[in-house]
Write a protein that binds this ligand. Sequence first.
Ligand SMILES: [Mg+2]
Length: 116
Amino acid sequence: MKNRIDLREYQKFVKKIAKKFENRNEEIMTWGLGISGEAGDVASCIKKTFAHENDQKTGIRENIGDTFWYMAAICNFFGWDIEEIIGENMAKLKKRCPKGFATKKAKRKMTDWGEK
Ligand SMILES: [Mg+2]
């Protein structure tokens, strides 16, 4: 596979090239709006590919990368290690779905953000 990278290395790269802000609120709002926009682009490309039969798979792939960029920027803002967050997510999902997806588990309350 070409262009494979280490996520911590990627996070450092994002920090290096990201716009520098004097105002922290302006910074996190920029990253928050940015990730939403890129995720929306992913959704739009999926819709065009499957609902309009207009192949936008290249756009899906590119915008997934752009969404990752904002994820790394948000992690940098809070001083979080992106690999640690992914590890926490894997642990949560292994506990929630030890045998794979189950509809019953998917019906949990959406306010359970700190689920361990
Ligand atoms: Mg994009």
